[in-house]
Design a protein around this ligand. Structure first.
Ligand SMILES: *Cc1c(COP(=O)(O)O)cnc(C)c1O
Length: 446
């Protein structure tokens, strides 16, 4: 009998067949080479027949990219989902990143041929959007902005901060530890629930270099509480010739009526903050970045500090942030302001297609923003057993599991992907329900 292994093609012959060439273009040579070698090894060991080599390879390589990151459909109703990379970028931001992925004039003035200030156009866009700011600086993230501001203004000296604003952000990181780590001494004033202007005044000494106010973005203290507003703190800081730094966290440039407790950069600056710090990838809806707005002299001081070089952000971030700011329309804002009636209609169609129940379901800002804010909306309730197959399926769909049910919330799903979610849920349910895709055609409004 003929040894079937003799029918195994040579690796070099496979390497130039058309489907492999296509995969090499998409994924690069190295990952394809590993897949080819692995499939050939399986054929040699008798695990698959030589005739199955090409189809096995095709299915191994299908739908992959050169990165192992997998896109996820966010059906949780949580908009700025930290575990899913926070803000999804707008099409304009993505286009700007693609454009910036080659050589760009990020630090060059094309007219003179001379070196120019890095990311100048992104900084200009920020100043145009937030005219209350004399200047702007963009760094790697909000935490980097905070550590740069406090170190540059108060390295080796003291900063006064209310006890109620000692915030722990995700994964056990405490902003106070971050600030202290570069040799700034934090002086804690007030109590957990109440801090008064006099507490700050009493704490100011000749070692004080700045006052700091941090927005407690991921929690709320209710009941017998009081805090000192930016305007009052600014008055006190000015009286002592100290800068006031305000970390507003979430990145609203102007106030949003939907989020009354969320501070906005324009308001904080108008109230007298010297520097305002925020993240680019929370409510601003852009890429990961730390944004510092405020007095030109202070921004210059920060920009010249050695730490600024260690926390500078890359050209892709600058491009995406600039596009996000200039266009102003972001998926985050669309999901935040999603119309509840429309969400209900979409959920109803999905429930009909899948045999689920439509239930009221509040969306959340997430990502340590809009603490306690509920965004009224709807979800489709299905058996909780489908959460795992949905998560591990293709496309991966993340749902909320609550009270023993799987809740599919379409707030953060582009309408054009509703059908994908229905198909994924249908196959997770084990094909028990029938396709009714015709209902959705021509109706999906991306
Ligand atoms: C999120 C947050 C930070 C950290 O910002 P990153 O961009 O996540 O580094 C700092 N301060 C406050 C108040 C925040 O909400």
């Amino acid at each position: 009998m003929e040894d079937p292994r003799r029918r195994i093609p040579r690796s070099d012959d496979l390497w130039t067949n058309s489907s492999i060439l296509e995969a090499r273009q998409q994924l690069g040579d190295a990952p394809v080479r590993r897949a080819v070698d692995a499939v050939l090894a399986r054929a040699r060991s008798g695990d698959i027949d030589p005739e199955q080599i090409e189809s096995t390879l095709a299915s191994e390589l299908a739908g992959h990219s050169a990165s192992l990151l997998r896109p996820v459909i966010n059906a949780t109703g949580v908009i700025v989902h930290t575990n899913l990379g926070r803000a999804p970028l707008s099409a304009w931001a993505v286009a700007a990143m693609t454009l910036a992925s080659g050589y760009v004039d990020i630090e060059l003035d094309l007219a003179s041929g001379q070196r120019s200030a890095r990311g100048r156009s992104a900084r200009t866009a920020l100043k145009e959007r937030c005219t209350a700011a004399e200047d702007a600086l963009i760094v790697n993230n909000g935490a980097a902005a905070l550590v740069l501001a406090t170190t540059a203004l108060a390295g080796g000296a003291e900063i006064v901060l209310s006890r109620g604003e000692f915030v722990e952000i995700g994964a056990g990181f405490r902003l106070s530890d971050l600030i202290s780590s570069t040799g700034v001494t934090l002086v804690e004033v007030g109590t957990t629930n109440r801090t008064h202007l006099g507490d700050y005044a009493d704490a100011i000494s000749d070692r004080t270099a700045a006052l700091l106010k941090v927005h407690p973005s991921n929690f709320r203290i209710e009941g017998f509480t009081s805090e000192v507003g930016v305007d009052e703190l600014a008055g006190l800081a000015a009286h002592h010739g100290l800068p006031l730094v305000v970390d507003i966290g979430s990145g609203l440039v102007t106030p949003d009526p939907l989020l009354p407790a969320e501070p906005a950069a324009t308001e904080a600056l108008a109230a007298g903050a010297d520097l305002v710090i925020m993240s680019g990838d929370k409510l601003m809806g852009g890429p990961q970045a730390g944004i510092i707005l405020g007095r030109a002299s202070l921004i210059q001081r920060l920009a010249r500090h050695p730490l600024a070089r260690a926390v500078r952000c890359d050209k892709l971030t600058l491009a995406a942030l600039e596009a996000t700011i200039r266009v102003g329309q972001t998926p985050v804002s669309a999901y935040l302001h999603a119309d509840a009636d429309r969400l209900r209609e979409r959920a109803t169609r999905m429930a009909e297609a899948l045999g689920g129940e439509v239930v009221a379901h509040d969306g959340r800002v997430g990502g340590g923003g809009g603490a306690g804010v509920s965004l009224s909306g709807w979800a489709v309730a299905l058996p909780s057993a489908i959460a795992l197959p949905l998560r591990t399926g293709d496309p991966a769909v993340l749902v909320r599991v609550h009270d023993g049910r799987c809740l599919i919330d379409l707030r953060c799903v582009p309408e054009s992907e509703d059908m994908l979610v229905i198909e994924a849920a249908r196959s997770a349910l084990g094909g028990r329900t029938k396709a009714r895709s015709s209902e959705f055609r021509g109706d999906a409004n991306p």
